[in-house]
Design a protein around this ligand. Structure first.
Ligand SMILES: Cc1cc2nc3c(=O)[nH]c(=O)nc-3n(C[C@H](O)[C@H](O)[C@H](O)COP(=O)(O)OP(=O)(O)OC[C@H]3O[C@@H](n4cnc5c(N)ncnc54)[C@H](O)[C@@H]3O)c2cc1C
Length: 517
């Protein structure tokens, strides 16, 4: 049987396979040549205090032992099986489709955006300050919102089995095996599109269908049951409808609201993106280590209660870029991504505070359950008015933001369309700006140097989660008013992040298999 060994090493030793192979052989009392396969099953950097350490857990297979089976998923042909409609080809939609195939159903995905390659071109155009296609951008298109992202694969889900299986599914479709053992796995914006394209290939090969440029405009409901969808003037029928449209699909919320479908307001979060030089974050997090070259670009995660509300860093992208994540030209919205090597000289992170119904009570009478969406829209429009057009974003140096003074100049920033000086401290709703400023002071006590004019805040980070939930019954996972309508993923309010959306998609597929005999 394979033996597991955990070594505590310096960063340099952990990067040297000859060194740790010899250490394992010594510990097992065998010759190195007796080891047929040595694979890492867990790697984490311990930078808490004192000298930096890397904890490496390895699994050693000896010559005469059976080797581990390659990762495999069985996808049967489902061409003539019961059709299930999925709206949206994000992680929730794609993972639901693959799980449905495993369970013997035929997925039919309708995606408003373009395939991942064509979408890449639309995104390049946005980066150059060109027009934003409202159906194909950083939020919309094949692969969903996280396709051009850091690809962090984090989840708070307690079900480790499901989590590991989701990671294995990603490996089966082309992700590197590193994601199976890294303590904080990520894929990178350069690798994610190929994985998404492979998932599409698999779905089509099994007899599933994917329709691009197909924005769903209505859901057909008959006798209290979802029986299909509308795409413009076309009607398509299915045994169930999964709504996996993400949190930026305001038209879907409006369509459901106008059709009398029950929606619920929920708390969300908004703020800014904050960007520091990566070298500064490395110095702070790795305590000026002399082994920096053997360590990955450092990350951080900060959270604090300020005046009764959580303020926290969100979706931190080491060695990454800030990107324009708006879905139309009336907004300024930013987010973050990193390539797999995390090699850019910048470290950016969302930096947000909780938003509650009381903050936008003045909008509730007019907008009902969609008041949070309207508040979000107004925040994004304000940011847009502060920018100079195209995709430029309003920005302020961090120490100036905290001190409440203008920035005459701005530091270098990874945001390709460009940033312009703006008084974010003044024009943002005061309850947001005050909390963010206070939180930066607090975080500077934990990470000395965090509050610096070398860093910049960029507006606005407004799409961390959805302000609206599409409710579902906790047992059947269908909408409480409409049978066979399955809200899924982040847009429905049941997930936050790539992996949790993917897991939610799988859960919905399993519920369908139970409910539709
Ligand atoms: C730039 C960026 C970086 C991110 N980085 C990370 C990260 O590193 N790690 C992480 O865990 N999360 C990250 N996220 C968040 C993550 O992408 C989302 O949590 C996740 O994608 C949600 O999955 P989903 O399937 O629920 O929705 P989405 O991914 O939003 O997918 C919804 C899909 O539905 C389609 N759609 C919408 N309306 C319609 C319609 N009317 N008809 C047809 N199709 C429609 C959209 O085009 C889209 O493809 C990032 C997000 C962005 C924007």
């Amino acid at each position: 049987m394979a033996q597991k060994i955990t070594l505590t090493l310096t960063p340099k030793q952990a990067s040297d396979s000859k060194f740790y192979t010899a250490a394992v052989a010594r510990q097992m009392g065998i010759k190195q040549s007796d080891i047929a396969l040595l694979r890492i099953v867990k790697r984490s950097v311990d930078a808490r205090r004192g000298a930096l350490k890397v904890n490496l857990t390895l699994e050693a297979f000896l010559d005469f032992e059976p080797m581990p089976e390659p990762i495999h998923f069985d996808y049967p042909n489902v061409e003539n099986a019961t059709p299930i409609i999925i709206i949206g080809a994000g992680p929730a939609g794609l993972f639901a489709a693959l799980r449905l195939i495993e369970l013997g159903f035929k997925p039919m995905i309708f995606e408003r955006g373009r395939d991942v390659v064509a979408r890449g071109k639309d995104i390049a155009q946005i980066q150059r300050g060109g027009a934003i296609d409202p159906d194909s951008n950083y939020a919309f298109g094949e692969g969903g919102a996280g396709t051009f992202s850091d690809g962090k694969l984090f989840t708070r889900s307690k079900k480790r089995g499901d989590y590991n299986r989701a990671l294995q599914r990603l490996v089966y479709h082309g992700a590197t095996e590193e994601i199976l053992y890294e303590a904080h796995p990520h894929i990178g914006s350069d690798r994610l599109p190929r994985i998404i394209a492979d998932m599409r290939r698999q779905i089509i090969e099994c007899g599933g269908e994917i329709f691009f440029n197909s924005r769903v405009t209505g859901i057909t409901i008959k006798d209290g049951r979802a029986v299909g969808i509308e795409v413009g003037d076309k009607r398509i029928g299915g045994a169930a409808v999964i709504v996996a449209t993400g949190h930026s699909a305001h038209d879907i919320y409006t369509m459901l609201h106008n059709s009398g479908v029950l929606l619920e307001a929920k708390p969300f979060a908004m703020g800014v993106r904050i960007e520091h030089p990566q070298s500064l974050i490395n110095k702070i997090q790795y305590h000026n280590s002399d082994q920096m070259e053997y360590l990955p670009a450092a990350a951080y995660s900060l959270v604090e209660q300020i005046a009764g509300r959580g303020v926290y860093s969100f979706c931190m992208c080491p060695g990454g870029f800030i990107v324009p994540a708006m879905t139309d030209e009336s907004q300024s919205v930013v987010n973050g991504m990193s390539p797999s090597h995390r090699g850019s000289p910048f470290a950016n992170s969302g930096f947000v505070t909780e938003i509650r119904a009381e903050d936008y009570a003045h909008l509730t009478e007019q907008f009902g359950q969609l008041a949070g969406l309207e508040f979000q829209r107004q925040f994004e429009t304000m940011a847009r008015a502060e920018a100079n057009g195209h995709q430029t974003a309003p920005a302020q140096r961090v120490a100036d933001f905290v001190a409440g003074r203008p920035s005459a100049t701005l530091p270098l920033c990874s945001y390709v369309p460009g940033i312009v000086p703006s008084r974010l401290d003044k024009w943002m709703p005061e309850f947001i700006a005050t909390r963010l400023r206070e939180a930066i002071r607090v975080f500077d006590r934990r990470m000395r140097g965090y509050l610096t004019n070398e860093a910049v805040v960029v507006g606005v980070e407004s799409r961390t989660s959805t302000p609206v939930r599409i409710p579902r019954d906790k047992d059947t996972l269908t909408h409480p008013q409409i049978a066979a309508l399955y809200p899924a993923g982040e847009g429905a309010g049941y997930a936050g992040g790539i992996i949790s959306a993917a897991l939610d998609g799988e859960r919905i597929a399993e519920a369908i298999a139970l409910n539709i005999k």
